[in-house]
Design a protein around this ligand. Structure first.
Ligand code: AMP
Ligand code: MG
Length: 293
């Protein structure tokens, strides 16, 4: 999925530690093969190739993540929408390329999660219009981290840190101290803007500095507002703390698109979830539970 992963385990037995780290790497690679848009044999690529023509049978795992994605779309009234890719696939941030205004106008209506039809009994997916495409970049890394953490929990690990891109999750504390999770400085490469001491939770950051290019002074980046088909400009960085990485990942992308007012209102309505938002003026906003920090 085009990102870097990291795993840290506290384990007395070095052989077991080496085996577990290998298993985490294999699990991440397995999910990459399933869900990457860059791999033409991935289940996700197969959907984008054929699901508008006929129902495509997919694995329970992908089906379940699509269903979860739909739930976040419903919850956010479409701010989180994996069909953003119907327009989004035309952006190439490395090459500095965006789709034309004409292309966006013609294809914007294909950004609509209701065009994905899931059949649970048959485990199939159909796209209701030609041209619909999906991308799980806003949620799959969180899923991969959860999968790795669940495996480590089953193996009895009591202290661990797993990270994929901006998505991290912790098991326990760091042997008697809290884990200090840094939030990247959105405008200074290689620096952190703040650190959050945590244990036993997931934390995800979405930022406009991850994949972007600048043209005529305007930042064109990878988080797309489904209503416009263009980069969302309300936030520059959003961090979510939650009990699962999948949830934190989906919600960080969601709140980024919603902006701090609507975004924080949404997070306040979900028990056990916290948010730190840096708006497009560089101002910090927190959920009420974090205001004392
Ligand atoms: P994250 O770093 O978790 O915010 O994920 C950003 C990625 O989410 C992008 O690179 C896209 O693959 C995907 N994405 C962009 N816009 C949206 C959106 N509105 N809804 C869901 N996924 C999105
Ligand atoms: Mg995300």
């Amino acid at each position: 999925m085009g990102t870097e992963a990291r795993v840290e385990i506290w384990e007395e037995n070095p052989k077991k530690a080496a085996r577990l780290i290998k298993q985490v790497i294999e699990e991440m690679e397995r999910i990459n093969q399933l869900m990457s848009p860059y791999i033409s044999s991935s289940e996700l690529s197969k959907l984008n190739k054929s699901a508008a023509k006929r129902p495509i049978k997919i694995s329970k795992e992908l089906f379940s993540l699509l269903k979860t994605s739909q739930e976040f779309s419903g919850l956010s009234h479409g701010a989180f929408d994996i069909t953003f890719a119907s327009v989004g696939y035309q952006y190439d941030y490395r090459e500095g390329k965006s789709p034309s205004k004409d292309f966006i106008d013609k294809n914007k209506s294909l950004i609509n999660y209701e065009l994905i039809k899931l059949n649970k009994k048959k485990s199939t997916v159909t796209f209701l219009k030609p041209g619909v495409k999906i991308d799980l970049g806003g949620i799959a890394k969180g899923h991969a981290v959860d999968q790795a953490i669940n495996m480590l929990l089953q193996e009895g690990v009591e202290h661990a840190f797993v990270q994929a891109g901006g998505d991290s999750r912790l098991i326990g504390d760091k042997k008697g101290r809290l884990w200090n999770i840094g939030i990247r400085h959105p405008r200074k490469e290689g620096e952190v803007i703040t650190q959050v001491p945590l244990e036993n939770v997931a934390i995800s950051t979405s930022g406009d500095y991850e994949r972007f290019y600048i043209k005529n002074g305007e930042r064109v980046h990878h988080i797309i507002d489904p209503r416009t088909g263009k980069s969302s400009s309300k936030s520059i960085s959003v961090t979510i703390i939650a009990d699962s990485s999948t949830k934190a990942d989906a919600l960080s992308t969601t709140v980024f698109v919603l902006g701090f007012e609507k975004g924080l209102a949404l997070i306040e309505s979900i028990p056990g979830v916290s948010a730190i938002v840096i708006d497009n003026q560089g101002k910090f906003h927190y959920t009420k539970d974090l205001n004392s920090y």
